[in-house]
Write a protein of this length. Structure first.
Length: 654
């Protein structure tokens, strides 16, 4: 890893405007450096002060960090709080009539929910859950469409101390079963159907199928929200309509006061192999991370309208829809549909209609929208925007520039955020009123985040050299353990190679001459080509820099001479080429990569598709591409794919 080579060179830099900087919560590099110095001088006091400032405690804490059982760290562990109280109750006096959620349904219908109304709905549903004898420590599976009710379900669980585990609404019955079985859940909350892109999604039917599988005998009840007029198979005694459950319930529900270290939720991350990992987050530390990072990174102020396009089934939807914004009394947009329905202008129309000022989305969505209409944003009034953000993967520089110029009008800072399900909150990102941005770099760690890039022995690498991205000190929102598997937790995240001292992110990265962090891809996405270790993300960025390319994914396949050969899967902005046209285009792109970053990174094989294999959340399933590149039969589960027919197309050699 210490010889991992950085081949991407990006020199453009964009400083925040004087006006943005002067009004920002963290204003200028001097303020940023002061915060970093405070954390360096007294790490525990730094976090304790933030915890007291940003969280309302039922019982104040006196202990800050307990590292006696490292890496099972504890934060604020003699304090008590309730996460739902911090998101709702404490805002009612001042912000009760303020809009908490602007919900736009798949069909375009819009509704507004105030903080008082959201509090009322959460209390009603929480009392309904209590009537089913669900309480502190019980595990609840949430398998819901995007909407206000998904947030209500999560907040209601937090209110009564139940541990929620949200399952993305595009996952299969097998995935639902795995999570029920691992958590020994007593309750499932779902909807009869969901709506996405004008199509219905059979959520209740999927739950019914899951409950016929082995390992689901702990489930006592299924609560069903009626989202559509469609019916649902019904099992008397087990299934309960949401609207029936809340009938006659009180509109007040006293929160369950939780120890700061009590679990708040379990969220599963699936790897390419092995059992999904149940990432367990605590009440106190997680809430602090989500609350503080939302305030700093998005520079949220009263009057802003914030929109994160993620689904609550992912960590982004937890931290930056359900918890972080609500803990800051923010007004946010929640969207049920997809960016391309009824057409590719949906996002831009919504920003204009709702006067969105802070927009947070994924590079995958950005690249798709470039392909479907690069000039469409210019047809809409996007002048309300003042800050843009990206999440989920590194953004290639050319997509960054389009986002900056075409969507943001060259006036909106872009916060390129690096974090993970395991970190719970953003760890590396430019604070927009302080840090100059560079296209493709997540820039600098947040104050209080002690990050480094190291080699296999744990020694820091020189600027420009690639290595393992690690975080050297525990932080409040860090994963506490893997549910029911503490040994796997230690082995995965605090490996013996680093003496169990550093949190290993699993990403490769390098620092430039300004100390900026550049994510080069997952460690397992590193290619070893003729002795050169290359990050896949940098080759992908070079391909997408070609004006004809909309999207690209790069994997490796075994090569007798080189060790590994580079295989690129490419989506063009125009029609998919075939025959001689495809061969000609492939040759052009190979030469392009050789010119951009060197012959060593030149793809041996290029395949063209109308799209890439993606989950319904937009994540590229690279393990399927690896199988295609090697000529292997696809044996992995493809039930979560949005477009399974693409696999046959990409398997066609030129």
């Amino acid at each position: 890893m210490s010889t991992l080579e950085s081949i991407l060179k990006e020199t453009r830099s964009f400083s925040p405007s004087d006006d943005f900087r002067q009004k920002a919560i963290v204003s200028g590099m001097e303020s940023y450096n002061t915060l970093c110095e405070q954390a360096n001088q007294d790490y525990e006091a730094f976090w304790a002060n933030l915890a007291r400032e940003l969280i309302t405690w039922h019982k104040p804490f006196s202990r800050v960090l307990d590292d006696s059982a490292a890496p099972f760290f504890k934060w604020f562990d003699d304090g008590e709080l309730n996460v739902s109280y911090n998101c709702l109750d404490r805002h009612l006096a001042q912000h009760g009539h303020s809009t908490a959620i602007i919900f736009e349904a798949d069909d375009g219908k819009v509704s507004h929910v105030s903080y008082s109304e959201l509090h009322r709905r959460v209390c009603l549903f929480a009392n309904g859950l209590k009537s089913l004898n669900i309480g502190k420590g019980d595990r609840v599976i949430i398998y819901m469409p995007m909407g206000v009710e998904a947030v209500v379900a999560m907040q209601a669980c937090a209110r009564i101390g139940a541990i929620h585990s949200v399952v993305f609404g595009g996952f299969s019955a097998g995935a639902v079963r795995d999570r029920i079985a691992d958590t020994a859940a007593r309750l499932v909350i779902t909807a009869n159907e969901g709506l996405r892109g004008g199509k219905s999604v059979p959520l209740k039917a999927t739950v019914d199928e899951a409950l016929t599988l082995e390992g689901c005998d702990t489930v006592e009840h299924v609560v069903v929200y009626q989202r559509t007029n469609g019916g649902a198979h019904w099992q008397e005694g087990r299934d309960i309509w949401w609207h029936k459950l809340i009938e006659g319930q009180s509109e007040q529900c006293e929160p369950e006061w939780m120890n700061a270290e009590d679990p708040l939720f379990i969220l599963y991350t699936s790897g390419s192999t092995g059992k999904p990992k149940g990432i367990q987050h605590s009440c106190g530390g997680y809430l602090l991370g989500a609350t503080n990072s939302f305030r700093w990174v998005f520079d949220y102020k009263p009057g802003d309208v914030y929109w994160c396009t993620a689904d609550v089934g992912w960590i982004t939807g937890h931290s930056y829809i359900c918890y972080g914004p609500l803990a800051n009394a923010a007004t946010q947009v929640i969207f049920e549909g997809i960016p391309t329905y009824p057409d590719a202008a949906r996002f831009w129309r919504m920003i204009e209609q709702h006067k969105v000022s802070i927009f947070y989305t994924a590079p995958t969505a950005i690249r798709s929208l470039i392909k479907l209409g690069a000039d469409l944003p210019k047809e809409y009034d996007l002048s309300s925007l003042r800050l843009l953000g990206t999440v989920g993967e590194p953004i290639n520089p050319e997509a960054w520039m389009w986002y900056y110029e075409t969507v943001g009008g060259s006036r909106c800072p872009i916060v390129d955020t690096w974090w993970q399900t395991e970190t719970g909150s953003i760890q590396i990102a430019p604070l927009p009123g302080a840090v100059a941005t560079k296209p493709g770099s997540c820039t600098l760690p947040l104050p209080g985040v002690i990050a480094d890039i190291v080699d296999e022995s744990g020694a820091p690498v020189e600027p420009g050299s690639g290595g393992f991205l690690v975080i050297k000190k525990p932080f409040p929102s860090l994963v506490r353990t893997i549910w029911n598997d503490p040994e796997r937790f230690k082995k995965t995240y605090f490996p013996e190679e680093f003496n169990g001292q550093y949190y290993l992110a699993g990403d490769s990265a390098h620092r430039d001459e300004n100390g900026y962090v550049w994510i080069m891809g997952r460690v397992d996405d590193v290619l070893n080509v003729s002795g050169h270790r290359l990050g896949t993300m940098e080759i992908e960025s070079a391909l997408v820099a070609n004006p004809l390319v909309a999207e690209a994914a790069v994997v490796g396949k075994p090569h007798d001479v080189k060790g590994e050969a580079v295989v690129a899967f490419v989506v063009l902005k125009g029609a998919r080429p075939t025959g001689e046209a495809a061969k000609k285009m492939a040759a052009e792109l190979k030469n392009w990569v050789a010119h951009e970053i060197g012959k060593i990174a030149q793809p041996d094989d290029i395949r063209f598709g109308e799209n890439l294999p993606k989950t319904r959340s937009g994540k590229i399933m690279r393990r399927l591409l690896r199988s295609i590149a090697k000529g292997e039969a696809i044996t992995q589960d493809t039930s979560t794919l949005e477009n399974p027919q693409i696999l046959d197309q990409l398997a066609e050699p030129l």
